[in-house]
Design a protein around this ligand. Sequence first.
Ligand code: GNR
Ligand code: NI
Length: 169
Amino acid sequence: MALLPILSYPDPRLHTVAKPVAVVDERIRALAADMLETMYDAKGVGLAATQVNVHERMLVLDVSEERNQPQVLINPELVWASEDRVKNEEGCLSVPGIFDGVERPARVKVQALNEQGESITIEADGLLSICIQHEMDHLMGKVFVEYLSVLKRMRIKSKLLKAQRELER
Ligand code: GNR
Ligand code: NI
């Protein structure tokens, strides 16, 4: 097990489109374990492989209060999204300290493989729905700040670059 470094916006590698996982093997299971460890350590509810600079379609999440219900989704595909949309405050481990409202479909149905390589279907609403959509965006190279206005995004970019420069000094 190992903690993996998380890329920070505006790192261009966050815009890489992930490739499907070809085989669910020990390498993928080890990566899932490291991603879960990294997500729990960072106190996140989800983590996409893109954020740890691995450009394969997999994500981990745990939206439980007790932090004891890890889920691993490999090659997730959106099967259905509800017409009705909801706006929620989002944050991102790759955009530290920034929170803003994002509107998304309220409910989604997603098909994926689990760690055993078995096909699973998840019908999600609430935080699980938001989190799955947020993580699937990462796998497409999309960060939540791209839903905000150009002006907000510019301000977020400068703020994070400044913080990163100060850490390097
Ligand atoms: O920890 C996280 N919390 C969160 C809150 C609202 C909407 C989405 C998220 S996901 C985020 C972890 C993360 O950055 N995953 O990519
Ligand atoms: Ni994120």
